[in-house]
Design a protein around this ligand. Structure first.
Ligand code: ADP
Ligand code: ADP
Length: 206
């Protein structure tokens, strides 16, 4: 079944020296449980499409539907994972992954248990009370993903999640992340300029 429908999205940026057509009539669907990668060079509109799907930015024309409902503003059912991990250095790993639940006032016993299970399952059981700078870059990206999963989003948007890592850890972390997403049966859209990452996912070229 379809989770996301992107219909005829165009985006024109108006600036002092004219306009930039960042997206020209883009349409695609993402089914539940699918992991889709959008690949294309810098400047081709990847950040723009993610911002529009998340509801942070309005398209010039076209519509985005999630579960058949039109998205017009940022939505709690969407989780966003950024290029660099954005972990808080002065908070432990456990306290970092609980931030989203704290903000949503859902830091209860059941949710803490669920998040603890995620950390234990994905190799972070011994690091719950460590601080981010005591972990490798790859581990920190795993923490960032678990933090996004903690709020139980229906859709995850991943913006160049491996670009801050060196080549070796990029391979390992992209394995890790696709494994976690598949095992947790999540639907995700990832954007990247790195064509080598296409091998894990269904790909759309922009
Ligand atoms: P990517 O993420 O693939 O690098 P972007 O979505 O950031 O691409 O940008 C697509 C195009 O739109 C580029 O030409 C970029 O310079 C332009 N652009 C992006 N954001 C803005 C903005 N806020 N104002 C004007 N032009 C923009
Ligand atoms: P990335 O490709 O990593 O997404 P960009 O350099 O394309 O980074 O964009 C970074 C930020 O700058 C985005 O918020 C984008 O909207 C904005 N931006 C990109 N190009 C322009 C532009 N020509 N004018 C104004 N803002 C821009």
């Amino acid at each position: 079944t379809k989770l996301v429908e992107i219909k005829n999205i165009s985006k024109i940026y108006h600036t002092l020296d004219g306009e930039t057509r960042a997206l020209d009539n883009i349409s695609f669907d993402v089914n539940k449980g699918e992991i889709v990668t959008i690949v294309g060079p810098s400047g081709c509109g990847k950040s723009t499409i993610l911002s529009i799907i998340s509801g942070l930015m309005k398209p010039s024309s076209g519509e985005v539907f999630i579960n058949g409902k039109k998205i017009e503003k940022p939505n709690k059912t969407i989780g966003y994972m950024f290029q660099s991990d954005h972990l808080f250095q002065w908070r432990t790993i456990m306290d970092n992954v609980l931030i989203g639940l704290e903000i949503q006032n859902k830091k209860n016993e059941e949710n803490i248990k669920r998040v603890t299970r995620l950390l234990d399952t994905y190799g972070l059981e011994d690091f719950k009370h460590h601080f981010p700078n005591q972990l490798s870059g790859g581990m920190r990206q795993r923490v960032a993903l678990i933090r996004t999963l903690a709020i139980e989003p229906e859709l995850l948007l991943l913006d160049e999640p491996f670009s801050a890592l060196d080549y070796q850890s990029r391979l390992a972390v992209s394995n890790d992340i696709s494994g976690i997403l598949k095992r947790e049966q999540k639907t995700a859209i990832m954007v990247t300029h790195d064509i080598a990452e296409e091998r894990w996912f269904k790909v759309l070229l922009l």
